[in-house]
Design a protein around this ligand. Structure first.
Ligand code: UTP
Length: 476
């Protein structure tokens, strides 16, 4: 039996924030459904709902940023430019290596997204991507972490954020693959939170008569989820001070990059980023800017055209640094954000959201009909006491699998994996067959155990066979 006073106070709370319709099917629900619904309502942040509904949902207002506030951000270039740079990079690399060897760095991937654009059945991390062995994204990351751990003789724990949409399936994948040889103790899989979905009228949508339509609260939800899940406490216990953060869709990511870690620490930063040099003014990546002297990511759609187009005397874009969602984050910074209850701003996304209407009929929209809210991890950057940016060679480290076809698809990612492998071999004077247009005329796959970076190839030079056009060469 539902406690009467609990029901009354729930009704009151909902009335005050104009969401009474959530109990619209109450009379038709059985006891278990009623209890489940009350628990979900209790989990809503009722104090915030009216503000979200009025500003983000109905009016689409996000915190405005005045164009005058923007300055281009500065970065460390992937290639040191001066002798002083070279010395600093060498010092940073040594420091980064020492920190990895001392077990101070952990891997952290956000993998709670829905992967709607890719349209793959199951967690995106289970997408088979490697060109010959068909290794999944998860397997590539696991092998990379294993190779780093072997190289430095250090434990490199791996934290994986999932969401209620894919948590069970993700755990099952790791269990059935015996945690890819990393040991269950070294892999922590935890869930992020969710937020309710709204109709465009500001009313929260019901997924069915007794459950609220919800979706993951964005990769920014990781700040809170790391704390709530106990992952942060686990890091403390292990002595982890830095997280090597990345997104689950980028198999080229260079995890545990000693240079990046070292520069970040030498500069006393709390959260740092890798960037690519944008290929066009309005490329669809976030822009690293300075706002009130703080590194801030401004979405491409929010960067005014006249600023996006500005160039220096050499003709280079002034706002040239694009965000690729690769960061180093200090664990004590995450702790601080949680202890100060710093919530990251919410952003709206207009989406097709299945729900039941006021009559209880199921609606499967063919057009966007509602608003999902999420927070973004890069919004933590301006809250950090210090922040560096390292610009990297996109062809070496960034090939996201976002779409089923075309740009940023599995096909383009595989092509980039093969191209990078070919370049690495060629750097050690291995002859790689190429077609007249310059593209690689064979399949090459390099396992992380064979080489983590280009410089590792030379040591294995004798193990690499002669390569003929059309060959499939897997190096492990
Ligand atoms: P995307 O923005 O590419 O979203 O996420 P997505 O869900 O993977 O794909 P679409 O937009 O539905 O097609 C970038 C990264 O952030 C993670 C994703 O798993 C991916 O690694 N993410 C996103 C989360 O972990 N949680 C979220 O709530 C959203």
């Amino acid at each position: 039996m539902t406690d009467r006073s609990n029901l009354d106070s729930t009704r009151n709370g909902l009335e005050q924030c104009k969401q009474s319709h959530l109990l619209g099917f109450w009379e038709a629900l059985g006891p278990a459904e009623r209890d489940a619904l009350l628990i979900q309502i209790a989990d809503l942040d009722l104090a915030q709902i009216p503000t979200w509904a009025e500003t983000l949902v109905k009016n689409g207002d996000e915190t405005p940023i005045e164009p005058g506030d923007f300055q281009p951000a500065k970065s460390y270039s992937c290639q040191p430019q001066t002798d002083a740079d070279r010395d600093r990079y060498a010092e940073a690399t040594r420091l980064g290596q020492d920190l990895i060897a001392a077990g101070k760095v952990a891997a952290f991937v956000v993998a709670g997204g829905q992967g709607t654009r890719l349209g793959f059945d199951g967690p995106k991390g289970n997408y088979p991507i490697s060109p010959i062995e068909n290794k999944t994204l998860f397997q590539i990351f696991a092998e990379t972490i294993k190779a780093v751990s072997d190289r430095y003789g250090a434990a490199c724990p791996w934290y994986i954020m999932t969401s209620p949409l894919n948590h069970g399936a993700t755990v099952e994948i790791f269990e059935s693959n015996d945690y890819y040889g990393l040991g269950q103790d070294n892999v922590l899989i935890f869930q992020q939170g969710t937020l309710p979905n709204f109709g465009t009228d500001g009313k929260i949508l019901l997924a069915d008569k007794s459950s609220i339509a919800r979706s993951p609260d964005g990769h920014g939800g990781s700040i809170r989820a790391l704390q709530r899940s106990g992952a942060l406490a686990d890091m403390k216990k292990r002595g982890v001070e830095y997280l090597s953060y990345w997104q689950v869709d980028n198999p080229l990511v260079k995890l545990f990059d000693p240079l990046f870690i070292g520069l970040h620490v030498l500069d006393g930063a709390q959260m740092s980023s890798k960037a690519v040099i944008k290929c066009e003014p309005k490329e669809k990546v976030g822009n690293f800017c300075l706002v009130n002297d703080k590194v801030t990511v401004i979405e491409y759609s929010d960067l005014p055209d006249e600023l996006a187009e500005q160039r220096n005397a050499e003709g280079e874009l002034l706002f040239h640094l694009g965000s690729i969602a690769i960061h180093i984050i200090n664990t004590d910074f995450i702790e601080k954000l949680n202890s100060e209850d710093c919530s990251l701003p919410l952003h709206r996304a207009v989406k097709k959201i299945p729900h039941v209407d006021s009559q209880g009929a199921v609606v499967q929209p063919t057009e966007p009909n509602g608003v999902k809210l999420e927070s973004f991890i890069f919004d933590a950057l301006p809250l950090a006491a210090g922040s560096i940016i390292l610009d990297i060679d996109r062809d070496e480290q960034f090939a996201p699998v976002k779409n089923a076809t075309g740009v940023d698809s599995a096909e383009s990612t595989r092509a980039m994996m093969i191209e990078r492998a070919a370049r690495w071999l060629e750097s050690a004077q291995v002859e790689v067959p190429r077609r007249p247009d310059g593209s690689v005329d064979c399949l090459i796959e390099i396992a992380p155990s064979f080489a983590l970076e280009q410089e590792d190839i030379q040591a294995h030079r004798d193990e690499i066979p002669a390569i003929e056009p059309g060959d499939s060469i897997y190096l492990a």
